[in-house]
Design a protein around this ligand. Structure first.
Ligand SMILES: [Zn+2]
Length: 109
């Protein structure tokens, strides 16, 4: 009954991770660069996705990663969001995890 708990309790303080997760963070960092594929300017998304999602070309994440803006974990999240299959700089990653990139891979005309 004399359970006082451990004296030196280590709590995971300071990890104010947003619920959106690493994908959202990677998208925001990628947005700081211009896109090497479609030349969207900084702060402009490459394309608009379903449900108000913003889409970014994978080339943009690669550029941001080269500049040290995105961590390897963040780039990993972008690759995971791009889905299975072949990647190129033209692959679109949306900042909403549910949005699929395939529908936007090939534009009309
Ligand atoms: Zn782009």
């Amino acid at each position: 009954m004399n359970d006082t708990g451990s004296p030196g309790t280590v709590t995971a303080a300071g990890s104010a991770t947003p619920a959106a997760g690493p994908l959202r963070a990677a998208c925001e960092l990628a947005r700081m660069t211009n896109c090497g594929y479609c030349w969207a300017r900084p702060q402009q998304p490459c394309t608009a996705g379903p449900g108000g999602a913003a889409g970014y070309h994978l080339a943009r994440f690669a550029r941001a990663a080269r500049r040290g803006l995105i961590t390897p974990a963040g780039f990993d999240a972008a690759l995971a969001a791009a889905g299975d299959g072949m990647y190129s700089g033209a692959a679109v990653v949306f900042d909403v995890p549910g949005a699929r990139a395939e529908d936007h891979a090939r534009g009309a005309s």
